[in-house]
Write a protein that binds this ligand. Structure first.
Ligand code: KG4
Length: 368
């Protein structure tokens, strides 16, 4: 029997809905919220109000694009957490209402699992389509996946693998043992990588979110122009608050000498900042891969859109024989396709959640 999963994502400022048929993506519709731009960051109350406005048309559009009626759905997968509670509540309540009215099971998804499992999204039941930015392709795998969805999305990815999850709220090295067993072996002890980029961009008076702006400027700058402090902490953990302070203080001193310093050097500043962050991220990732003797290395989350980081992955693949997995741009930021994918894994195990399952804003410990 054909399985249709509706995925719903509303953990932050993107309202997204996607439909999978037997694990293959039919639609992925996202409404982003421009309302936050004026504030230089996400305003939680505005985010939840926008989700309320967007959720019905977004789900409707996802069903229409998929060419199915809601009565055909087999289950609804939704982001239960972590994220902004008010935002999550909109998606969770909507999922519950729709599941109850259709009499179908609900599947709760940890948002971070979604990011990691985005690598398993398959886009066509036919032999592997061109995989865009994905670095590893394999038509044989794609055909195999049709019958075995727990294998990598036509890209040869199998468990275990390491995943660097880098976003506005997370910087983690995750040992992915199975679709539900993920061990965080390293994480930031203060700011996330994306948060550091966004804050430095704000200090420079650039727009929000800073990541894409810094990325664009960095392409025209010299990454060796400036040096910023790098953390020195043990193990696989990260720290980005020192870098942020170093960036702020250096800029303050340079601005005393030249009030137009930022305008004159913004490309070099962006390139040097990006290089410092990428170096920090890759150093620990390499250490973990070496210690654990794992060569399949993936990257996920909003910052995985970064050109410098993607280039570094390709460079490490050549240098250390890594088999790398880089998501398509559309799956780097928050999207419901990844939630539906994670939901599909759980659906196959009949791992459903009760109607009483509440949203949660934080996770503690490993990614259960
Ligand atoms: O995963 P994500 O969409 O959601 C949150 O964690 O909220 O990640 C958003 C983060 C932001 O910090 C944004 O600046 C960063 O991802 N980002 C980038 C790029 N595109 C988005 N950072 C660096 N380079 C990019 N091209």
């Amino acid at each position: 029997m054909t399985t249709y999963i509706l995925g719903i994502e509303s953990s932050c400022d993107d309202t997204s809905a996607a439909v999978l048929r037997d694990g293959f993506l039919l639609s992925n519709v996202t409404a982003s919220q421009a309302v936050h731009e004026a504030y230089g960051g996400v305003v939680p109350e505005l985010a939840s109000r926008a989700h309320q406005q967007n959720i019905v048309p977004v789900v409707d559009a996802a069903l229409k694009q998929a060419g199915i009626e809601r009565e055909q759905l087999s289950a609804i997968a939704f982001t239960r957490g972590p994220g902004l509670l008010g935002s999550l509540l909109v998606g969770v309540s909507f999922a519950k209402g729709l599941a109850a009215s259709l009499g179908i099971p609900m599947i709760d998804v940890n948002h971070l699992h979604g990011h990691v499992l985005a690598h398993f999204i398959k886009e066509s039941p036919l032999p592997a389509p061109p995989l865009g930015e994905c670095s590893v392709e394999g038509t044989e795998e794609a055909a195999a996946l049709k019958h075995s969805p727990k294998r990598g999305a036509g890209r040869g990815l199998s468990f275990p693998f390491l995943c660097l999850l880098v976003s506005g709220g997370n910087s983690q090295i995750i040992l992915v043992k199975s679709y539900k067993d993920m061990e965080i072996i390293g994480q930031t002890i203060d700011d996330a990588a994306g948060e550091a980029i966004d804050k430095c961009s704000k200090v420079m008076g650039l727009g929000y979110p800073g990541g894409p702006i810094i990325d664009k400027l960095a392409r025209q700058g010299n990454p060796e122009a400036f040096t910023f402090s790098k953390p020195n902490i043990p193990g696989y953990d990260y720290s980005f608050s020192g870098l942020k302070t170093s960036f702020l203080y250096s800029l303050r001193d340079w601005l005393k000498e030249d009030p137009d310093f930022i305008e004159h050097h913004k490309e070099d500043l962006a390139a040097s900042l990006e290089k410092t962050i990428v170096d920090i991220l890759m150093k620990k990732l390499r250490l973990a891969a070496k210690d654990l003797k794992i060569r399949q290395v993936a990257v996920a989350g909003g910052v995985s859109a970064n050109t410098g980081l993607r280039n570094a992955f390709h460079d490490y693949a050549k240098r250390y024989g890594w088999k790398i997995f880089i998501p398509r741009f559309s799956y780097t930021t928050d999207n419901a396709a990844m939630i539906a994918m994670a939901g599909y894994f759980k659906y196959l195990d009949k791992d459903f959640c009760p109607m009483s399952a509440p949203a949660y804003s934080r996770v503690s410990g490993d990614l259960k």
